[in-house]
Design a protein around this ligand. Structure first.
Ligand code: ACO
Length: 376
């Protein structure tokens, strides 16, 4: 006997060694290491190595991995050309999804699905993706792409290729921390999509393309843009109370709050809150931080008892704004980071694959006679 569970809540559909979440206690670990330790002590490159290899690298391994990744930051000319042919008005998430899908056609063996091949394709996509986003953003602003700088990290290179100037150490580190915090999160919707697609033995590009499509939804990674839009609708801290209460009365959701798994504050929101506050002070954006903090206070008072607290998207909005990113690049930033997690899950799925094929409970009619066209 199987039971229908709306939204698959509580259903265990995969085994993973990548991340562990305790939604009651607010714990998130990657390969057993607390997210707070990683966000303060690690780098995005090291975190991806950890997720893909289930252990921290030695120095020479990290150097080799970082070098290997950095080799892919420079986009082949054909891909740059393809980006230039896209409409400048395209949403960056649609653009990124399309371009990742397109990468399959530049791969001589796109369908190779051995674990080794999947690793190679994953590092390729992870290396190309920041350059794709930066190249598109510059192209739509009428600017030429900027070549990556050898020796710069993933975070530094992305900001450099986007803005044309080396980011300050503080900004690069803040961005790196965001990348670490968003890298993996159990069997979230986009990760499930990636695992489900690769379980047909389709290909890595299709799996990542599907995951990007999932992530952009406002109930998932798209919520960070929703948070920023919401903050823009509130004139000042004094208006927060009426804004939040009005929304709750209309049964509208407050973006950046609530989570299927966490019934307490998302530990990533704690880390991002500290970062958002620091960056807001440094960049003269304390109004955004103060409005966010006030929303949190009111939400805790009103719906805290229901287990609705800030999730990862809430303070990442202020953080990305302070780093200087445009609103429609917020969700692509999430995607750049989550490529680490999606790829790791694709590799895990390929290591011990079984086709995902759940069932639907049929609730329609039976034995309905076929009505001829002229009698309907
Ligand atoms: N604001 C106000 N009320 C909320 C919120 C919110 N953000 N989230 C949940 N609730 C309420 C619901 O109205 C519902 O109340 P009810 O029982 O009185 O009807 C109850 O909490 C349960 O909500 P569901 O939507 O059924 O919970 P579910 O587990 O399906 O949804 C989700 C989780 C989608 C994240 C939800 O909390 C939400 O829509 N949040 C806003 C969007 C958001 O921030 N998404 C990002 C999630 S993190 C990530 O994916 C990266």
């Amino acid at each position: 006997m199987s039971t229908y569970v709306k939204g698959l809540e509580g259903i265990v559909a995969a085994q993973t060694e990548m991340s562990h979440i305790d939604g009651q206690k607010g714990i998130l670990e990657y390969v057993g290491i607390a997210i707070g330790d990683l966000s303060t002590k690690s780098t995005f490159e090291e975190t991806v190595f950890l997720l893909w290899n289930k252990r921290l690298p030695k120095q020479d391994e990290l150097d080799a991995f970082s070098k290997d990744l950095a080799k892919r930051f420079a986009l082949p000319a054909a891909i740059v050309e393809e980006i230039r042919r896209l409409p400048k008005t395209a949403e960056p998430m649609h653009m990124l999804r399309t371009m990742v899908s397109s990468l399959a056609m530049y791969d001589e063996d796109p369908n190779a699905n051995s674990v080794e091949a999947a690793r190679e394709k994953s590092i390729n996509i992870l290396g190309y993706a920041p350059s794709i986003v930066a190249t598109f953003d510059r192209y739509r602003r009428g600017l030429d792409p900027i070549a990556p700088q050898p020796g710069m990290s993933f975070a530094e290179n992305f900001l450099y290729m986007l803005n044309g100037e080396k980011p300050t150490e503080t900004m690069a580190r803040a961005f790196d921390i965001c990348m670490i915090l968003h890298a993996d999160h159990g069997l979230n919707n986009s990760t499930f999509s990636a695992r489900s697609i690769i379980s047909t033995l389709s290909d890595v590009y299709s799996a990542i393309t599907g995951a990007i499509g999932s992530l952009r939804g406002p109930l998932h990674g798209g919520a960070n843009e929703g948070v920023m839009k919401m903050l823009g609708e509130i004139d000042s801290v004094d208006d927060v109370e009426s804004f939040v209460m009005g929304r709750l009365e209309r049964k509208d959701k407050i973006m950046g709050f609530g989570h299927r798994v966490y019934k307490t504050k998302d530990p990533r929101a704690n880390a991002l809150q500290a970062l958002a506050k620091q960056l807001a002070e440094d960049t003269g954006n304390m109004d955004l931080y103060n409005k966010s903090h006030r929303i949190e206070e009111i939400m805790e008072r009103e719906v805290g008892a229901k287990g609705i607290y800030p999730n990862v998207d809430f303070y990442s909005a202020t953080t990305y704004h302070c780093i200087g990113l445009k609103l429609d690049l917020f969700t692509p930033m999430f995607a750049l980071s989550r490529l680490g997690g999606w790829s790791g899950h694709i590799i895990e799925q390929l290591e011990d694959n079984r086709l995902y094929r759940p069932s639907a409970e049929y609730i329609g009619k039976h034995e309905v006679p076929y009505t001829p066209m002229n009698q309907r």
